[in-house]
Design a protein around this ligand. Structure first.
Ligand code: SF4
Ligand code: SF4
Length: 77
């Protein structure tokens, strides 16, 4: 995965496991992970990388501002 450009980056420490991003994603690319952050929440993760269309809905929806979406045209080489 490291050789692929970032699409969705989730700050796991900010996530409060509300699942709004999971629900809003139109292609079901997100899920709640098995990991636990220091606050005791299971953070969301992008598990269907190839499905993600970088629409940004998850980032716009997250109440904790824990998600950043990167589009290829704005990424540096
Ligand atoms: S950017 Fe869009 S398609 Fe990608 S994970 Fe977020 S809501 Fe889903
Ligand atoms: S919307 Fe934000 S706080 Fe809620 S589960 Fe997704 S990343 Fe976590």
């Amino acid at each position: 995965m490291s050789d692929r450009p970032n699409k969705v980056v989730i700050d796991e420490e900010l996530c409060k496991q509300c699942e709004l991003c999971v629900v809003v994603c139109p292609v079901h690319a997100l899920r709640i992970s098995d990991r636990i952050n220091t606050k005791g929440f299971h953070p969301a993760e992008l598990y269907e990388y190839d499905k993600c269309i970088m629409c940004g809905f998850c980032a716009m929806t997250c109440p904790e501002r824990a998600i950043a979406v990167y589009r290829p045209e704005v990424q540096k080489a």
